[in-house]
Design a binder for this molecule. Structure first.
Ligand SMILES: [Zn+2]
Length: 572
């Protein structure tokens, strides 16, 4: 869910769903010998990290199809020790490492509960792991490999808070990778290179119980978005309708002229009084969907309705479980098509990146825009009748006695809510490019930008080290005008730069990032000074240039051998 926006506006959903207020659906329990911790306690508590470890341990002992790996860790904070982060590898042959993976079938990565107060994705993911390992979904392992990280933010789950133990919003950390959790996700992604990913979240108490969002950054091949929307979302919508669960594509309300999606702490007076627009989910690449989609991955976010309270945990977990199951069923069913499409797009990208040509452009800045043929949309939402009581008393109260929030039990979902339709006139479903640059062959990074290089390594990007001085002809940006942002996590307010071809000396000890590798689109987005998504947005990388200076990272567009050795090419 989006941060800092009132719940009413937090998420809006477009496609019409079906029935509201139906009885909670529960999945048929496939193997009751292995109840998830939440099923065990009848959903009276949130599953904590120790319970996750115990559950996965006993499941792995019982299933030759499941291997559990430690793929990273959290930090010690506030008396809570550092914790291992787990990856569940579910395959037909019980593979334990990426080298052994059968790549003739698609590999599917599922991430749950990056946001600690969004508990039901984790509960549903644990049930899904069980169903694949010992239950009724085992036959799917003949057609696909599954990777599941069921608990990405243990400290957030413990404290029932959105951020992690460093107070970082993990789902805005996928560019800078400061959190152990986001770094682990990218380590897993780069090691296993899945073709499809799903990042599971909770939104507010919304009419559309299950929502899925597709990739929206236009550097990702348009056919991925089209396939996601027309095939996968449509199949999930139809499957959920049979269960009487309302579905709508994930959309977000934004203040017009503002980008509220970066995670930057925007002052409220910047937002107040602005007209709003409705759009699909963000084009930013610092989330868990576009940041994996940028590798030409069929990547999704799922957002299910939630009141974030225990009495509704069972019900919201069931929405997550059905959404996850039907999404996975669609991806498994379309496995051959997806594998062929993603393999082809990744190969084509590498081929383009290996040779420099002006038409191979990267979109550095983009805007949401209207679709002239669909100027407005109708969406449904709940509306409480004016006379609605606030809840059900759980204790006896006499007339005149004070009633506090803790005396009240919430109404069951949608109990007395009215469903109303609303026409939204500022509908911005499309994305247009505002600035492009040809993809260079690679970038020279000066030796004093160690933080930048460490970040690239965290993304799994191979970096070369100049082993001797080398005279080069490069493209360097001469900055003619700049107004830095005074808010961290945002690009400069204004940056004008001329690209100049100049002779330079790359020094022994400088670094080189070639674009001819996986991440061929990510690398320019991180390193170009005019990228709205780049490392320049974050103060810690110290990349903001001054007017009248050259930007410190140079573009190489001429193909010649460079004196390089792989830098920190260590086994991890
Ligand atoms: Zn979330």
């Amino acid at each position: 869910m989006k941060k800092g926006i009132s719940p009413v506006f937090a998420a809006w959903f477009v496609l019409a769903g079906t029935v509201v207020g139906a009885a909670p659906q529960t999945l048929a329990a496939p193997s009751q010998a292995f109840k998830t911790p939440a099923e065990e306690c009848l959903f009276t508590g949130y599953t904590q990290h120790e319970d996750v470890a115990r559950f996965l341990g006993s499941l792995a002992a019982a299933s030759a199809n499941l291997a559990v790996r430690v793929v990273g860790g959290t930090r010690e904070a506030r008396g809570y020790p550092s914790q291992d982060l787990y990856l569940c590898v579910l395959t037909e042959s019980g593979v334990r490492s990426p080298e052994k993976l059968d790549r003739s079938r698609p590999t599917i990565l599922i991430l749950a509960s990056q946001h600690g107060n969004e508990q039901s994705p984790k509960e549903a993911a644990l049930g899904f792991i069980r169903d694949l390992a010992v239950g009724e979904l085992r036959p799917w392992l003949r057609r696909a490999n599954f990777l599941v990280m069921p608990q990405c933010n243990p400290h957030g789950n413990l404290s029932d808070r959105r951020p992690n133990e460093q107070d970082l919003d993990m789902n805005r950390d996928h560019v800078k990778l400061e959190s152990g959790g986001a770094a682990a996700i990218h380590r897993v992604f780069r090691a296993w290179m899945p073709e499809a990913t799903l990042d599971m979240h909770e939104k507010g108490d919304d009419y559309y119980r299950v929502s899925l969002g597709c990739v929206s950054n236009i550097n990702i091949a348009p056919e991925i978005q089209v396939f996601s929307r027309r095939v996968v979302l449509d199949e999930v919508r139809r499957a959920l309708a049979k269960k009487n669960i309302t579905f709508g594509e994930y959309v977000v309300r934004d203040e017009m002229g503002m980008n509220t999606a970066t995670g930057a702490a925007l002052p409220s007076d910047m937002l107040r009084g602005r007209e709003t627009l409705l759009r699909y989910s963000t084009v930013e690449i610092n989330d868990g969907r576009n940041s994996l989609g940028i590798y030409q991955t069929l990547s999704f976010i799922m957002e299910c309705a939630s009141r974030h309270d225990l009495p509704t945990l069972r019900e919201r977990t069931s929405w997550q479980a059905w959404g996850l199951r039907f999404w996975a069923e669609s991806v498994v069913g379309r496995g051959e098509e997806i594998l062929a499409m993603v393999n082809r797009l990744r190969k084509e990208e590498r081929e383009r990146a290996g040779t420099y040509f002006e038409d191979d452009v990267i979109h550095l800045r983009m805007d949401y825009k209207r679709d002239p043929s669909v100027l407005q949309v109708v969406r449904k939402r709940f509306e409480a009748p004016p006379s609605q009581a606030r809840g059900i008393l759980r204790v006896d109260k006499k007339a005149g006695e004070t009633v506090t929030a803790s005396d009240l039990e919430p109404f069951p979902y949608a109990g007395r809510m009215k469903v109303v339709e609303e026409t939204v006139k500022n509908w911005f479903p499309l994305v247009s490019s505002r600035l492009t640059v040809p993809r260079p062959l690679g970038y020279v990074i000066p030796s004093d930008k160690a933080q930048v290089v460490e970040n690239l390594l965290r993304h799994g990007i191979g970096v070369g080290l100049f082993t001797r001085d080398a005279a080069l002809s490069v493209e360097a940006y001469f900055v003619t005008d700049i107004e830095p942002s005074d808010i961290d996590w945002l690009p400069p307010e204004r940056i004008e730069a001329e690209k100049r071809k100049i002779p330079v000396l790359a020094r022994k000890g400088d670094f080189y990032a070639s674009c001819d590798q996986p991440g061929a689109t990510l690398i320019p987005l991180l390193l170009e000074p005019q990228s709205q998504f780049g490392l320049i947005c974050y103060g810690r990388f110290d990349l903001v240039p001054k007017k009248g200076e050259f930007f410190s990272v140079w573009r190489v567009v001429e193909d010649r051998a460079l004196p390089l050795a792989a830098y920190k090419n260590f086994l991890r």
